[in-house]
Design a protein around this ligand. Structure first.
Ligand code: SAM
Ligand code: DTB
Ligand code: SF4
Length: 319
């Protein structure tokens, strides 16, 4: 455990987390917001912009994903984007106010032949004055070291759901593979961005187990994205029942309570959330979002709409 991490708990029992989830809504919000105020300026949120630098044709079978070659989402497979195109998108994101640029690739893991190009991209995006994040699939120690040496600030690698529910959603890799990559990323010295998705058909215990796994990592991820499933036609999860909005807010609140110093990111699915729901997520402790009209392949709220929302809520976007 690092110094920064001292005083934080890493020994949560699932029953304790379920008890938090079961609290009356006002109590859970009050508790989460109290913790939130101890550690953060609660009127300030961080914004990151995403770019899919390699689209489609992914060999993994993640049941939620438009980019898996196993599903018929109609998405055309593309090659890794050219560096200049990526840099142009990064400049635009910076001009529009993003502080971090997150690049995603539809890979099971990157190949060594892609590494020098990826490392150049990282260095040049950093030189624009942006923090960098990548999500490229599984990493071994050597590749994690190369990314770190190039200056990559964050690596995103989600656990997505509970260990028990994982193989209902993904069969081409195991939960332990995810944990192994997270360890390699942590050991390399990069910051960890790791969270999950709600709405995969999981139950409340699965949600508690996901949060328990995240909070009981040796160090809490610096960034914890909580995604609401975006249902994609042609994927196995296209018809799954939606998660109740208040349940989603409860999960944000419990993430804040368990990981008080982490950035909790209200991630995919905001287009389906009204302003009032997002406001409650921000009250419950979400302090980061993806900003820009597109996520990886799916739409995100218009930046203008987000600005209006921030202004109506008195939120600043300056970390
Ligand atoms: N291939 C890499 C991987 O899986 O780690 C990186 C890209 S992957 C698209 C990044 C994350 O986006 C996934 O782990 C998942 O949590 C999230 N995601 C993907 N499709 C989604 C969807 N339809 N709705 C919500 N979140 C989604
Ligand atoms: C994360 O947890 N959510 C982002 C980011 N990390 C890479 C991705 C959301 C993807 C939503 C579906 C899509 O755009 O294809
Ligand atoms: Fe591939 Fe990532 Fe999509 Fe899974 S989530 S199919 S690994 S791009």
């Amino acid at each position: 455990m690092t110094k920064l991490d001292s005083g934080l708990r890493h020994d949560w029992q699932v029953e304790e987390i379920e008890a938090l989830m079961d609290l009356p809504f006002n109590d859970i919000l009050y508790q989460a917001h109290t913790v939130y105020r101890q550690y953060f300026d609660t009127n300030s949120i961080q914004i990151s912009t995403l770019l899919n630098i390699k689209t489609g044709g992914c060999p993994e079978d993640c049941g939620y994903c438009s980019q898996s070659a196993h599903h018929q989402s109609g998405l055309e497979k593309e090659k890794l984007m050219q560096k200049d195109e990526i840099l142009a998108a990064a400049k635009k994101a910076k001009e529009k106010g993003a502080s971090r640029f997150c690049m995603g690739a539809a890979w099971r893991s990157p190949q060594q032949r892609d590494m020098p190009g990826l490392c150049e991209i990282i260095t040049e995006v950093n030189n624009l004055g942006l923090e960098t994040c990548m999500t490229l699939g599984m990493l071994d120690q050597d590749k994690a070291k190369q990314l770190k040496a190039a200056g990559l600030d964050y690596y995103n690698h989600n656990l997505d759901t509970s260990p028990e529910y994982y193989d209902k959603v993904i069969t081409t890799r195991a939960y332990q593979d995810r944990l192994d990559t997270l360890q390699v990323v942590r050991d390399s010295g990069m910051k960890v961005c790791c969270g999950g998705i709600l709405g995969l058909g999981e139950n409340r215990r699965d949600r508690a187990r996901l949060l328990q796994t995240l909070a009981n990592l040796a160090e809490h991820p610096e960034s914890v994205p909580i995604n609401m499933l975006i249902k994609v036609e042609g994927t196995p999860l296209e018809n799954v029942a939606p998660v109740d909005s208040l349940e989603f807010i409860r999960v944000i609140a419990v993430a804040r309570i368990l990981m008080p110093k982490s950035m909790v990111r209200l991630s995919a699915g905001r287009l389906e959330m009204n302003d009032e729901m997002q406001a409650l997520c921000f009250f419950a402790g979400a302090n980061s979002i993806f900003y820009g009209e597109r996520l990886l392949t799916a739409d995100n709220p218009e930046p203008e709409h987000d600005h209006q929302l921030f202004s109506r809520l008195g939120l600043r976007t300056n970390h």
